[in-house]
Design a protein around this ligand. Sequence first.
Ligand SMILES: Nc1ncnc2c1ncn2[C@@H]1O[C@H](COP(=O)(O)OP(=O)(O)OP(=O)(O)O)[C@@H](O)[C@H]1O
Ligand SMILES: [Mg+2]
Length: 509
Amino acid sequence: MLARVQSAHLLGIEPYWVEVEVDIAQKGLPYFSIVGLPDTTVKESRDRIKAAFKNTGFPFPIKQITVNLAPADLKKEGSSFDLPIAIGILSAEGHIPNKILKDYLLVGELSLEGKLRPVKGVLCIASKLVESGIKKLIIPKENASEASVVKDIEVYALNDLVEVVEFLKGEKTIEPFKREIELSDSDFYEDLADVKGQFYAKRALEIAASGGHNILFVGPPGSGKSMLARRLPGILPPMTLQEAIETTKIHSVAGLLYEGVGLVLKRPFRSPHHSASDIALIGGGQIPKPGEVSLAHNGVLFLDELPEFKRNVLEVLRQPLEDGYVTVARSYATVQFPARFLLVAAMNPCPCGHYGDTLKPCTCTPNMIMRYRSKVSGPLLDRIDIHIEVPRVNYDDLRDDSPSESSKSICERVIKARQIQLKRFQEEGIFSNAHMKTKHLKKFCKLDEDSHSLLKNAMEKLGLSARAHSKIIKVARTIADLEGSENIKYHHIAEAIQYRSFERQIFNT
Ligand SMILES: Nc1ncnc2c1ncn2[C@@H]1O[C@H](COP(=O)(O)OP(=O)(O)OP(=O)(O)O)[C@@H](O)[C@H]1O
Ligand SMILES: [Mg+2]
């Protein structure tokens, strides 16, 4: 007899519908074969299914079993076909009526004792389920929370193979899994109030958060660069439901959702080590998996010790920084992962870290310093709007116990500034000042004569490049927005120039 079970496979974060066809024939020598471009993990299903049948008391048919995963031209990987194949076999053997199976989509890995194990990417499948014409989803219990995020579908989160069979045969009633989503922004971020002193750096961080500007911290060891970077997600506006779903999908595909987590509500903070490969950063693999830039989607990507990253690794950041997504090309398919993040980079001013330090002398030769700084790729620097020095904290600041401003109160200003930008750009297809193109600069960033001459002066005196020019104006736009000022004024430009004045010293551009 022939049975058909609906299932799904993921390419990137996009689900593809797969029909699992199971044919069981009586004559000839017994075999169990799986066709339809399965990789080795899918082929291993056979052993898991046999053991699961034995340990749950279902008789495994000693017959000719052919399983086809259609469409056959799409490469399949992973263990999520265990459950649909097992159910297909039971249905082909007449244990479950085949006609009821057409209303359900099943995914799940089987343990040897027949328990359902969680699989990756269930939210991606659930969120597109309606498009497949099916409304009922059978999944392992551990995947319940993420799937319940999607409305208008029925999620049945079950424990083991026996329970799935009893449920499908109508012997056991199970209610669809439901959970209300709470989009609360409880205080689970580290607070910027913990950072003593560093007022300029904190101000720069607030501007970066408000306008979506990438930021570079330069300073000696132990001055609080990493501390500041870690606190950036906490001053960004809370994630919207849409953003939370996008981020959760990526984490679900990467297998990074832990049990009970429905939605990733906290803005991600990813901090890859400088020895990370370009694949780790951008994503890839035989069946493409998201990399750090995608895991940081809607959050912060922190590159500590920027000059230590290999040049080719930094070069691959250009596409996501420009487009907000990455493309991973494979011989059989091209996969796109979203990757819109705020970049925070940190570095020491020189190899020993004490160049310009008032207390500790620098032990590096000019040559060493030059080599160190030239390791940072120019095109990457080009995409960082704000450069800020984070000097050593002085003792008085450190022992000062008076309360500093909390992340929560800074975040309120950031939200206001973001709202101004959303309104301004609603017909422009961008969301923040950092993404303005030349036409937007012309339209939204008019300067008066005084500001023009200040900027001209600064460019000449500081020897700033043309690329610095538009960045200063973008940052000035954000400073004006934070102040609620419609026009960019002289003092906004003056402050924005400070966030570039450091550039020439450090990078000689
Ligand atoms: N401004 C500060 N306020 C309070 N504590 C600070 C400050 N700066 C540094 N510290 C303390 O020093 C520790 C190290 O700070 P952090 O790791 O942020 O330095 P860093 O600038 O990233 O150094 P490195 O260049 O070595 O990476 C922190 O864990 C914190 O305890
Ligand atoms: Mg650090």
